[in-house]
Design a protein around this ligand. Structure first.
Ligand code: NAD
Ligand code: TYD
Length: 338
């Protein structure tokens, strides 16, 4: 397939994916469709200004006529849907936005793609749909029952059900990937790792929720991009593929590692009130994609976090741009009273 629609390609993973794809595939047209919410940033794509194989379209995935026009005019053959509201804390504050984009928007994309006979539809989902694990429980497999706990994960789980239903009911060629937490360049600094790096640079306190003993499995974003493209090219229609980093860490260990990498000490750590309904542990069993598609992560955390800190230190303007304005007032609101 030559002409691909990527939605949400001005966000963190989407922008990394667009660049990965353009590096990887010579013969491709990437149409990047993004609503440019607070999380979308055209500056993340500034190095693609002269790239003829990349077209940016400013639009909302809920806008049926714009999606249809985009698919038709660019002779799109495949859709990869990254567009989403993606931050758990915001979903606790304002769940409605998440239902609108993540559920209604995905349904609109599916229906339009079906109407136009799009060959393949890949939904980018998350391990958070499986819910939370205790320290003894085995990692999530693709057969683990879905038990979303936050409005964010509930909206992503709903979208996954729709994607599955479009395959089952209409025979559409759909796939779902469920990945663990990503880190790397271009991530909006409300998420734990860039927030921690940014605060460390500025000598600001790092808010650690609750006891900091929650566990996440961190994957370098480029490894995620590679897995997505493998699934899109070779995955079995109708299937779900888990993607993980094989790198479980407590939040407090993560923060200590980042502080050390930034040349700061632990005095910046500040334990704050926990997130309501905070999932304790995520862990991903990704043996299916390993076995079927020969994928495994290439970056280990030790080197990935060093290059991530380096990228943010070399791109302070990018960070400063994002940490002013809307984000600044959001941050002040989130952490006052915590
Ligand atoms: P992000 O918040 O950085 O980017 C989301 C992008 O979607 C932004 O560019 C935003 O402008 C765009 N967008 C939002 N609403 C839109 C709408 N209605 N129409 C069109 N565009 C819209 O998110 P991310 O971290 O890059 O995540 C991308 C996808 O990967 C999401 O679907 C998320 O659920 C999933 N995911 C993320 C992680 C992670 O660790 N970040 C892990 C697993 C899965
Ligand atoms: P986050 O990056 O928001 O991803 P998710 O909630 O989707 O896993 O958070 C990662 C972990 O870090 C999560 O357990 C919540 C915690 N966290 C903090 O302790 N402090 C913070 O300021 C943030 C944003 C997150």
């Amino acid at each position: 397939m030559k002409n691909i629609l990527v939605t949400g390609g001005a966000g963190f993973i989407g922008a990394n994916f667009v660049k990965y794809l353009l590096r990887k595939q010579r013969d491709i047209l990437v149409v990047n469709y993004d609503a440019l919410t607070y999380a979308g940033n055209l500056e993340s794509l500034s190095d693609l200004l002269e790239e003829k194989r990349h077209i940016f379209i400013h639009g909302d995935i809920r806008d049926q006529s714009k999606i249809e026009k985009t698919l038709v005019e660019n002779q799109i053959e495949g859709v990869i849907n990254f567009a989403a509201e993606s931050h758990v804390d915001r979903s606790i504050d304002n769940p409605g936005e998440f239902i609108q984009t993540n559920v209604v928007g995905t349904l609109n994309l599916l229906a339009t793609a079906r109407k136009l006979g799009i060959k393949r539809f890949l939904q980018i989902s998350t391990d958070e749909v499986y819910g939370s694990l205790s320290s003894e429980e085995a990692a999530f497999t693709e057969d683990t029952q879905i038990r979303p706990n936050s409005p964010y994960s509930a909206s992503k789980a709903s979208a996954d059900h729709l994607v599955r239903a479009y395959h089952h009911t209409f025979g559409m060629d759909t796939l779902i990937t469920r990945c663990s937490n990503n880190y790397g360049p271009l991530q909006f600094p409300e998420k734990m790792i860039p927030l921690c790096i940014n605060n460390a640079f500025c000598g600001k306190k790092i808010p650690v929720y609750g006891d900091g003993m929650q566990i996440r499995d961190w994957l370098y974003v480029e490894d995620h991009c590679e897995a997505i493209w493998k699934v899109f090219l070779k995955g079995k229609s109708g299937e779900v593929y888990n993607i993980g980093g094989d790198n479980q860490m407590t939040n407090i260990d993560l923060v200590r590692t980042i502080l050390k990498t930034c040349g700061r000490d632990d005095s910046l750590i500040s334990f704050v009130k926990d997130r309501p309904g905070h999932d304790r542990r995520y862990a991903i069993n990704f043996s299916k994609i390993k076995k079927e598609l020969d994928w495994k992560p290439k970056h280990d955390f030790a080197s990935g976090i060093v290059s991530t800190v380096k990228w943010y230190s070399e791109n302070r303007e990018w960070l400063d741009h994002l940490t002013s304005g809307e984000y600044k007032s959001y941050y002040e609101k989130m952490y006052s009273g915590r």
